[in-house]
Design a protein around this ligand. Sequence first.
Ligand code: ADP
Ligand code: MG
Length: 618
Amino acid sequence: MTDIIKLLPDHVANQIAAGEVVQRPASVVKELLENAIDAEATSIKLIVKDAGKTLIQIIDNGKGMSETDARMSFERHATSKITSADDLFNLNTKGFRGEALASIAAVAHVELKTRIHTNDVGTRIEIEGSKIITQEPCATPTGTSLAVKNLFFNIPARRNFLKSNNVELRHIIDEFQRVALAHPQIVFAMFHNDGEVFQLPAGNLKQRIVGIFGGKTNEKLVPVAEETDIVSIQGFVVKPEFSKKTRGEQFFFVNDRFIKNPYLNHAVSTAFEGLLPDKTRASYFLYLIVDPSTIDINIHPTKTEIKFDDEHSLYAILRSTIKHSLGQFNIAPVLDFDRDANLDTPYAYKDKYVNTPKVEVDRTFNPFDTVPPPKKGASMPTYTKPNVEGWEQLYEGLKTTPSDRTSNVTYESDEVTGDLFKKESGYAFAKAESSTYQLNNKYIISTIKSGMVIIDQHRAHQRVLYEEFLRNITVKESVSQQLLFPLVLDYNSSELALLVQLKEGLENTGFVFGNVANETLEITGIPTSLPESEVPIVIEQLLSDLESEVPDTGFSQTDTLAKSMAKSMAVKAGETLDASSREHLVNSLFACKEPTVSPGNRTTFITMNAEELDRKFK
Ligand code: ADP
Ligand code: MG
């Protein structure tokens, strides 16, 4: 038998390696930014076109490469950063695998221009799918410019796999922010399709955080500092009242490298215990410096995970350091002498954003209204009161606090008038005795002909709202209430990018938007069903639900939007409902297309028939 094992040609090996290193445009951005930092650049510019699908270019003023190095840099396992295996345990650079440029050049059209300061001329190399097309001298400033065009041009499957521009851009912004946060002393700029996204001057850590997340971040930060034998901790945590539902603003850096570490994240979260509003997460920017020989960075190809020798001590130190900072902050406001007065919030806006997420119960809306909303039209006023008598009282029962209750079961047996329980829903109610009870402020119990039904109030209301939103979004028939004073809310650039993508869907639920600029979103109209004070909560929930992935198709976008809004606006467990609210909820649930499950596919009600009851009393 003849021998059959062959070495793969380089360009094939490179393409395979590229699969690991280059998953999407953001991976290229990360690698190139890190190379620029390793080259000791003090100013780095990122230019992106079409979310990186057409162009990713990084221009740095670092040390550049000689002609030979320029050519060598595209070889696999070619690196200037380590020479022996021992160096792996003493890394001070971002890169060390010598794989990035080779991998990128295997799957894109790359143009490199570079010059070292001791040479008068630089080198220009064009390389496409690992093939050198041009190598020539050129005039170029000291430093390196690397342009990556038509990513995955030779791997259509990969290219098709890329998400919408908004999603890919978000990933790029995430990578950019991580690198920029790790290096506040370096000047960074980012442009997308010729528009400026970030312009970050060199500064201290706090100035960098504020530069990225907006001027209002300044007053939200609590400093953290600790020196021990095994770790030095610097940075900031965000005051508990500004915590978010998204996991977005959680940053750990170890030796200037962004990392993800669920264990250390847990340490921070427990330090915040008891201080965070319900369902929110701590935000933080924490910079750990440890001896490079006590960590192992080599365990993950994209290098966001790190192994620590002594994770347990680290956990304990981190937790107590943050507790200490928060404690100090609670007793007396922290005096911050670094504070830049220009970054302070103007007085009038000071209290605008701080809507604590409590549920307002004064809802001016009857979600169970079966009268179709009026059509949108030129002659229509934008604010329309639902045309149902007595609708204002529907939610009054919600105002009752749990302490008003004397027992867990609320009895109500008001005579029901009108055709509340529809026959066509398929659930025949025993109309004459129709009365509902609330159990534990969570379940609604009602009688049906065959026995009884127990309804989960939160899930049921979600179903009702969800179908209503879906209808409104698809039929575009929503009604909005115009706000007397527009709401101005703060979001960071990636959050805004997301919201802009969802604009049309949101408008169809009744939102009306004004200006979108400078990390603020102006809202001039809101759905009639939504109290103004709950707007920030609903949007926060939406951002949190869309955190990882924005659905690309119109349908799933609509669906996500409807689900998310239903979730945040539905009555919660723990809210007392009065008789008419309960009956309307039951009524509307069974008028739904799919009353049996919540939008999240959970059971909304269970039934128990007379025989089952009989069996239990045997
Ligand atoms: P690694 O960063 O792991 O060494 P890369 O493939 O990213 O591998 O880069 C290969 C080599 O090319 C680097 O070791 C460095 O010597 C050189 N290089 C890459 N980018 C730059 C840059 N922007 N400026 C100067 N040298 C660079
Ligand atoms: Mg590198």
